[in-house]
Write a protein of this length. Structure first.
Length: 265
């Protein structure tokens, strides 16, 4: 991992503070340092200690990957490892993920990384990807691209405008939280995909609505899902921190019965 060549740590900290819309005074109070010291750090008049960089990164809710970049910009070694998921030290993580995926059968579930690339999935996810273009399933498989591409799931998403708005909203918030240029490029790409349904600018619930459903047609049968998202609660490794497990649940008895019968058959 190389240090960013464009700026020193003070400039990066100022950018993160502006991105979080936190004043210098508020950050100084929450991090228990003086505003004068923080000002000196941001302007480059004072070099922060390693502990100070980590403390400010935590109070600014900077992702672990970018906290390492802050440390490198300040002249320190990264604090958080970035292991391959197949590495021996992540065996417990892999086992936990696999347990969640298999335990969720016969309903679909998948694991993605920060870039929304598919890491793992259970067998029931097949119900959502039957019949889509094979090139979209060539690794690395990006699940947002698979979902919204006209050769992917999109033609079978019955509420495509609503689901598209939901996914693009999630990705937009992720871009704002991480400042990841790759995610910003992905967002621009997905926004360029055609959509033959109105895309709401704001998600307004209708009477009795409690979540945004995914209404999907599989082999002529309409299925309705809602999803939950899980992450690791106390990660200290970049790879683990960026894993997201999304589990789909049947939103009506007919969907549940269809999936159970399909699994049994």
């Amino acid at each position: 991992m190389k240090a960013p060549a464009r700026s020193a740590v003070g400039v990066l900290l100022r950018e993160w503070r502006d991105r979080r819309r936190i004043s210098q005074l508020d950050l100084a109070i929450s991090a228990d340092i003086s505003t004068r010291h923080l000002s000196f750090v941001e302007t480059g008049r004072s070099r922060p200690s390693r502990e100070m960089v980590l403390r400010l990164g935590e109070h600014l809710d900077v992702p672990l990957r970018e906290r390492n970049q802050l440390l490198l910009a300040a002249g320190y070694a990264p604090a958080y490892g970035e292991s391959e998921l197949a590495a021996p030290e992540l065996k417990a993580v892999r086992e936990a993920v696999r347990l969640l995926l298999t335990g969720h059968e016969p309903y679909p579930a998948a694991v993605v990384d920060r870039a929304w690339n598919l890491v793992d999935a259970n067998a029931s996810l097949q119900v959502l990807v039957d019949g889509i273009a094979p090139e979209l399933l060539t690794p690395p498989v990006n699940v947002l691209r698979v979902t919204l591409h006209p050769d992917g799931m999109a033609p079978n998403v019955l509420n495509l405008g609503e689901w598209r708005a939901h996914l693009l909203g999630r990705l937009r918030r992720q871009v704002e939280a991480t400042a990841d240029a790759g995610l910003a490029e992905l967002l621009a790409e997905l926004r360029g995909y055609p959509c033959d349904q109105p895309v709401p600018e704001v998600e307004l619930p209708g009477p009795g609505d409690i979540f945004v459903p995914l209404r999907y047609r599989h082999q002529g049968t309409e299925l309705t899902f809602f999803s939950t998202v899980a992450t690791f609660g106390t990660p200290l490794d970049v790879t683990v921190a960026e894993l997201v497990i999304e589990s789909f649940y049947p939103a009506d008895p007919a969907t549940a019965a269809y999936l159970q019968e399909r699994a049994a058959g």
